[in-house]
Design a protein around this ligand. Structure first.
Ligand SMILES: Cc1cc2nc3c(=O)[nH]c(=O)nc-3n(C[C@H](O)[C@H](O)[C@H](O)COP(=O)(O)O)c2cc1C
Length: 415
């Protein structure tokens, strides 16, 4: 019976354990988590979501305070278009986050950064260029383009000296999206080094509509593999979304995937950025406690626990401090929804904003409990303690379980 460890992910002559930990913003997939995957010979992702905010927490820098101070005069204004990121500061924060992570890397594996196009930051093109450039400057091993079609993203860094040596890949949820991306990248004479196919059971934002349940990861992965074969393109395909056991992973590896990307099982690792009380919510969740809704201002459906404090919250938009989802004209769907409710309830101290949420603030505070479909199975991966809580796991234990388990078995942690 095969195990994940019988397979290797190959980039040219380099070989890796075919397990990739997914990029989970905002700092849910911490540097520590990514470093465990790299140490064990796999690939770990950090995320570039809200890096100035993450840097402040990680290194006691003052990026958020500085921005907040600069735009304090605008807090009461409904017009958020003046709020912009200082590009030099953004580069500094990214270099710090990536650089320190890379300095700490040990072992044979790699660390990649997950870069979301939907993080438009009031200036989509320039902020994305700065984030990508700074990550390359700071020595990141690879970049995974996510949350968007990224039709112009590779061109933003085509003059960077590392453009041809850094591993570049994209997350897609359909063959159609991949074909569009490949057409663009062919013009730069630079194909992606890997393609992650993310199915409808993943956590975070989904590349599907509310009809997500009608799609199936295996079908999409097979379509992508067949298309690449037909076009004679030798690009590793990585399956993601709902790969819960080592045996799930083996099924993908045996049918032509080069690796799997996994995330949900690592949300209850000690090295994960979620606070422990939130991790206990993940453990406790039943299937009926999880929903896919449309409250993310990005317009993408998102999967989360129904009891997330972010749902219905009427928090004042915090764009002066954050503003990561403002589009080029300074709009965000939450700002509109909030102002609409404010007008409807002029005399109420509290009200509910049900259709959208202030994702920046709530992700920053770990109050938007985004999760994968199989979160309700996490309780089966550990032990229940005498006080009724669940035992957290070491990331190494979870990684090794994926790597060596058979028969869909999950090894419980030592007591
Ligand atoms: C809590 C959580 C947060 C996530 N955040 C992001 C994100 O910020 N960007 C992204 O591209 N994918 C995100 N994902 C998706 C994962 O990187 C990964 O591809 C997917 O969840 C794998 O499926 P699994 O969770 O069933 O293992 C997130 C997943 C989880 C569980």
């Amino acid at each position: 019976m095969k195990r994940v460890d019988d397979f290797r992910l190959r980039f040219g002559k380099q070989e890796f354990v075919p397990i990739i930990t997914g990029g989970m913003g905002v700092d849910i997939s911490t540097a520590e988590l990514s470093l465990v995957a790299a140490r064990l010979g796999g690939i770990g992702h950090i995320s570039d979501a809200m890096v100035p905010t993450v840097s402040d927490r990680r290194f006691k820098t003052g990026f958020v305070k500085e921005k907040q101070k600069k735009y304090k005069y605008n807090v009461a204004s409904r017009d958020k278009s003046p709020v912009k990121f200082d590009l030099e500061r953004l580069a500094e924060a990214t270099r710090l986050h990536v650089g320190r992570t890379m300095e700490a890397k040990r072992g044979e594996g790699m660390v990649f950064i997950n870069t979301m196009e939907k993080l438009t930051m009031g200036n989509p093109r320039d902020t994305l260029r700065v984030r990508l450039t700074a990550a390359l400057d700071a020595g990141i091993d690879g970049v995974t383009l996510s949350a968007g079609l990224h039709l112009g993203s590779m061109a933003l860094i085509e003059d960077h000296p590392r453009f041809r040596d850094v591993k570049l890949g994209i997350i897609v949820s359909s063959l159609r999206a991949l074909i569009l991306f490949l057409r663009k990248s062919a013009r730069l004479n630079r194909l992606p080094d890997f393609v992650i196919v993310e199915g409808p059971l993943a956590g975070g934002h989904l590349g599907f509509g509310l009809d997500w349940a009608q799609y199936d990861l295996k079908t999409i992965v097979t379509e992508v593999i067949e298309y690449l074969k037909q076009e004679s393109l030798d690009i590793p395909v990585i399956a993601a979304g709902g790969v819960f056991t080592g045996s799930d992973a083996v099924e993908f590896l045996e049918s032509g995937s080069a690796a799997v990307q996994v995330a949900t099982r690592f949300t209850v690792a000690r090295e994960c950025g979620l606070p422990e009380n939130v991790q206990q919510e993940y453990f406790r969740a039943n299937e009926s406690d999880i929903e896919v809704n449309l409250i993310s201002p990005t317009g993408y459906p998102m999967r989360m626990l129904k009891n997330s404090p972010a749902i219905g919250s009427d928090i004042r938009p915090n764009c002066e401090a954050y503003g990561y989802l403002l589009d080029g004209a300074g709009n965000c769907a939450y700002v509109d929804a909030y102002n609409r409710e404010l007008d409807l309830h002029p005399n109420d101290e509290k009200f509910k904003v049900m259709d959208k949420t202030c994702l920046c603030t709530h992700m920053r505070n770990f109050d938007c409990w985004t999760c994968g479909h199989y979160t309700y199975r996490l309780k089966d991966t550990t032990r229940r303690l005498a006080d009724g809580s669940y035992q957290l796991l070491d990331a190494e234990h979870i990684f090794r379980d994926y790597q060596f388990s058979t028969d869909h078995q999950i090894l419980l942690p030592p007591e």
